[in-house]
Every structure is written in structure tokens, then in C-alpha cells.
Ligand binder design. Sequence first.
Ligand code: FAD
Length: 452
Amino acid sequence: MSATDDRHLTLVGAGLAGPLLGLLLARRGWRVDLFERRGDPRVHGYAGGRSINLALAERGLNALRTAGVDADVLKQAVMMRGRMVHFREGGEQLQRYGRDDSEVIWSISRGDLNILLLDAAEAAGVNLHFDRRLESVDFDAQIAHFVGEGEDIAHRFNALIGSDGAGSSLRAAMLRATDLGERVEVMPHSYKELEIPPALDGGFRMEANALHIWPRGDYMCIALPNDERTFTVTLFMPNEGPISFEATADGHAAKTLFERDFADAVPLIPNLVHDYDANPTGMLATLYLDRWHLDGRAVLLGDAAHAMVPFHGQGMNCAFEDCVSLASHLALDRDLASAFAAFEAERRPNAAAIQAMALENYREMSDRVDDADFLLQRQLERQLAERHPGLFVPRYAMVSFMRVPYATAYERGRIQRALLVEATTGRDSLDGIDWDWLDHEVHARLLPLDAG
Ligand code: FAD
């Protein structure tokens, strides 16, 4: 049993948030033990072995900057300037995310990022313990039991921090001790990952600097570039119904679906049948909790506290923002219970806002990006953003390129969307728009955005 003191913290889960938080805390003088149920990916390779990538945006990048690892991460990242929409009837169109290349997002490999963060955390003095799964917690005695490699370790803790993801064992242990008000909403859609390999000359098979989308109504494919010149394709589909995972029982059925609905992608995915059969189907859910901490003894963050659907590409970004927030509250307040409470008060409304925006974005990505009324609203949005900088800021920009609280972005986005709908209803172009009225309404409905 290990000893502990009041400058010691025990983190559970060394995925994305765990090592980043460990690094931030170790740099501020905390002693940190970080336990992970899997083996060390630097020795065994990243679990699963497949290339899986994530979109990194300003919030996540800022957290990496705070930890001093942003430059190393960006060396391995691929810039994505916008959405490349692949139409059903053929042809594609790039919809830029921002005004120019200062407003972009980045595709990074989950495995490479995990390894980079583990190396940095270890170098900062974090004690890493792999192959150690949290099994149970005795909160009264402040002892956590980890199992792995035939051993059962009783670890005495000062406080436990749960960075152990959506299926968090620490959350389960806390739920046995107290009511966290847990609710899980499972989406009626799931996902499956496929791969586009490099071209024969070793280059990318499609435009590299874009997030590709094949919107098809209630289902869609997306593809993100990897720096080894591959793309990870993700198919999102309902679980049941005429076009669904249930109806697409195997790789051959998937190939038929792709030939009909994603025809330009078929020649790019030579192992479609194999990938479909071999790769797991992942479920999608939103996790809501009324409480994230158990006085000063335990606190949750990242997916363990607020798992969300991936349609805004913000789960990791939000988890990284959590890490910066928790590390600063712990620096400001030596009392763990009040630091955890302040962290929760700051982050919980924001997590709820990005959870809601992520759910809304499914419809936008899968169904709206090729609609005429959506495109007209986007055109007006861009013009209003130019006419009113710092006042009318597109919601996507607030979420992805800025650090204004998610809750602010959500609320302002709601007001702006209502204005865009009001101004464009019944129109098929911006000709004849009443700019005087619109400019007046922008000032009447929005206060200047104090960008964070
Ligand atoms: P995780 O990364 O899940 O890490 C949890 C860790 O805890 C794991 O290493 C696990 O092995 C370990 N663990 C679990 N149980 C135990 C235990 N009992 N004991 C010890 N260790 C344990 N986010 C983005 O920002 N951008 C994107 O583009 C994006 N795309 C996504 C696409 C898909 C299909 C999905 C499903 C998610 C996506 N996300 C994206 C969300 C992102 O993956 C998560 O929000 C992020 O991984 C959360 O980080 P975390 O550290 O909280 O949890």
C-alpha cells in the first residue's frame, strides 16, 4: 500500500485527458500517480492498432499550449480548412470553416497523441502504472483497489480523479457511495470505421486538407486525413430501419449500400468488405450527471463526467479544457472539496451546452450541409460576421476557433440562428435583404462578445 500526502493525487485512466492533467499537475508540484487498465502503448502499440483520428480545435490546442506540447502535436497533425461535401449525384464542394487559414481545425492520430502525452507526463514526474484497472473504491478508508497481471493492489489515496472515459469505473464506484443524478441517452445511431489507404504513389487519395462529408439524410460518412496519407472513414447510420446497421448485416451488404449512396468513395476503400466485417460497431450516447464530485475525495472529468456524441468534434477538446480548469482551481484553492466544487460549477453548464450542440450538429452534418436554405443562411451568416466583427460571430467559430464558454456560444448561436431564419425565410437569394433592419436587429439582440 502506497503512502500519500496532501499534495498527492491519483488519476484513473491514461487516455487523452489523464496524461494531460497529470502533466499540468506535476508541473505545479503535485505528486501524481496515474493508473491505466491497458498496457503501455509505447511498448505494445496503441490498442486496436487501427488509425483513428480526432479533430483538434482551439480549445484543445490551447490546453496543449498551456502544457507546452502544442508544437510537437501540430508536427503530426493535418490541417483541415473546411468540409468537403460529396454530393449524392457526384461532385464535391469545399465549405470553409473560417475566414482564412488562421481559422482551421487539425486532424491528429489518437494513438500518437496518447503516446506524446504519456511521454511528456512521465518526463514531468508522473508515476505511470499500466495494466492496472480500477476495480473498487473504499471511500471511507480512502483505498482504491486496482487489478492487473494477477495482482491486486490496494492504493491509499488522498483524492481520486476520474479520467477513465465514458464507461468510468470511478463513476460507478462513486454511484455506489452517493447519488450523482446519472442519466444516459443512447442515440439511435451507431458508427463503424473504415480506411482509405495511401494512393499507389504514396500520396493522399483525396484532398488532404479537409474533413470530407457524404451527407445522406439520416446517415452519412465522414473522412479525416492522417499524416501517414490515409483517411479514417466513419460511417454513421441508424441502428434500425430500412438503411441501418441492422439492415446492413455484413461487408457485402455494406458494399452494395456504398455503391448506391457513396459511389465516389467505393474505389477509395479497397478493403471495405473486410473493414466492415472486422471493425466493431460503436454506440453513441450522451451522459448527464448532476454532480461530478464526492466532497474532496473524488472528481470526474472528460468523458467520465460528460460523454457526448462526436458530431461537433469537441469531446477531447472539452476534456482538455476541463484539465486546464481543474489544474487552475487546484492551484487557487488548497481545500480539495472546494476546488472540485468550483471546477464543477464552472464546467458543468458548459459541458451541457456542448453536449446539446453536438446533438444538433448531427442533423446539420448529415442532412443540412447540402440544403439550399442552409447554404443561404450560411451566406448571410458570413456577411453579418463581416459587417459586425466581435458581435455577430458564427457559432461554429465560437466553438472551434475561440475559447468563449460553450454556454455563451450556445446562447448566442440560438439568437443568431433565429435572426438568420427570420431574414431568409421565403427567399432564395440575399438580393433585396433589408440590411438596415438586420444591422439594427444585430445590435438590439447581441452584446459585444468578450472573446476569451
Ligand atoms: P478516454 O480517451 O476514453 O480515456 C479513458 C481511459 O481510461 C482509457 O485509456 C481507458 O483504457 C482507461 N480506463 C477505463 N476504465 C478504466 C479503469 N477501470 N481503470 C483504469 N483505466 C481505465 N473528440 C474531439 O475532440 N474531436 C473529435 O474529432 C472526436 N471524434 C470522435 C469520434 C468518435 C467516433 C468518438 C466515439 C469520439 C470522438 N471524440 C472526439 C471524443 C473523444 O474521443 C473523447 O471525448 C475523449 O477520448 C475523452 O477523453 P478521456 O480522457 O475523457 O477518455
